[in-house]
Design a protein around this ligand. Structure first.
Ligand code: IPE
Ligand code: IPE
Ligand code: MG
Length: 265
C-alpha cells in the first residue's frame, strides 16, 4: 500500500545537503525595466518573467530545496495602472491553467499566501484548485505570495489573537513569537534561509518581514526575466559561503542548527 511506503522525498526524510538552504524566497523584480530596455511593453517583461519562474521551479527541484517562496504580486501592486493589474491577474490565471498539471506531476505542492477576500471569484477558485490538487505532493513546496503584504499578514495575526483573547480562549500573556508565527499565512513553514532579489533594488517591499529576521540576502543586478539556473546556483554558492550566527558567536551554528555540545553560558 502506498501509505505503508516510507516517503523518501518528504522534507524531513531528506538528508540536508551541507551549506544548502531548506527554504529560498525570491523577489522577482525588474520585469518592467527588462521590457523598457528593449522597447517592449511592460507585459512582455511579465510574460518573460513567467518563463524565468518556470526555470526557477525546475532548478529548485534539481537543487533539492524543500521550499521556494516567490513574490508574484504585493498588496501595494494594486496601485499600478489598472491595465497592468489586469495583465498580471491574467498571467497568474494562465500560469495556473498551463502549468498546474506539470507542477503536480513533478511532485510540487502549491501553497498560496496573501489575502483572498478582495480577489475575484475565478482567481480564488484557481488558487484553491492548485492547492487542493497538489496537497499530497512532497518534493518541493512552492509558496506563491500573491496579493501578499507582510504588514497586513502580521496585523491579521494580531487581530485573530485579540479576538481569541476577547473570547477568553487565550490569555494575553500566552502571546509570544511562537504563537504569533502560528497565526501567519506561513504557519508550519520554516523561515527562509535565503532571500534573493533581482533588479538591483535592495529592499524587502513588504515581503516576509517577520520570517526574514535571520535570512541571508543576495541582491542581483540582473532583471527577473534574465534569472536562470546558473544565477540561482551562484546565489546558493554565495549563501553557502556565509556564516549565520543567529546572535551567537562564530562557530556555534552549522547549517542553521546549533551545534551539539555547545552550551549557553
Ligand atoms: C516585478 O517586476 C513584477 C511585479 C512586481 C508584479 P516589476 O513590474 O516591478 O518591474 P520593474 O521593477 O518596474 O522594472
Ligand atoms: C516587489 O516589487 C513585489 C514583487 C516583486 C511582486 P515592486 O516592484 O512592487 O517593489 P518596489 O515598488 O520597487 O519596492
Ligand atoms: Mg519592481
Amino acid at each position: 500500500m502506498s501509505s505503508m511506503v516510507k516517503d523518501e522525498t518528504a522534507p524531513s526524510a531528506r538528508p540536508r545537503l551541507p551549506g544548502m538552504p531548506v527554504h529560498v524566497g525570491v523577489i522577482m523584480d525588474g520585469n518592467g525595466r527588462w521590457a523598457a530596455r528593449r522597447g517592449l511593453p511592460r507585459i512582455e517583461g511579465h510574460r518573460r518573467g513567467v518563463e524565468a519562474l518556470r526555470e526557477t521551479v525546475r532548478a529548485a527541484i534539481g537543487f533539492g530545496l524543500s521550499y521556494l517562496t516567490v513574490y508574484s504580486f504585493s498588496m501595494e501592486n494594486w496601485n499600478r495602472p489598472v491595465e497592468e493589474v489586469a495583465d498580471l491577474m491574467g498571467l497568474l490565471k494562465r500560469f495556473i491553467r498551463d502549468d498546474l498539471n506539470d507542477l503536480d506531476k513533478s511532485g510540487v505542492k502549491v501553497k498560496v499566501i496573501g489575502a483572498r477576500d478582495n480577489l475575484k471569484a475565478d482567481i480564488r477558485a484557481l488558487l484553491e484548485e492548485a492547492e487542493n490538487l497538489t496537497k499530497a505532493n512532497t518534493r518541493l513546496t512552492l509558496i506563491v505570495a500573491f496579493n501578499y503584504g507582510s504588514r497586513q499578514e502580521i496585523a491579521a495575526a494580531a487581530r485573530s489573537l485579540a479576538q481569541q483573547a476577547a473570547a477568553g480562549l487565550i490569555e494575553a500573556s500566552d502571546i509570544d513569537e511562537t504563537l504569533l508565527a502560528r497565526h501567519l499565512d506561513t504557519a508550519g513553514i520554516p523561515d527562509p534561509d535565503l532571500i534573493i532579489r533581482t533588479s538591483g533594488e535592495q529592499r524587502l517591499s513588504n515581503f516576509l518581514m517577520w520570517q526574514a529576521a535571520y535570512s541571508e540576502f543576495v541582491f542581483l543586478p540582473m532583471h527577473w526575466p534574465d534569472f536562470d539556473r546558473q544565477a540561482f546556483s551562484a546565489a546558493l554558492a554565495e549563501f553557502s559561503a556565509r556564516e549565520r550566527r543567529f546572535g551567537g558567536v562564530t562557530g556555534q551554528y552549522r547549517n542553521g542548527k546549533l551545534l551539539a555540545g555547545v552550551t549557553k553560558t
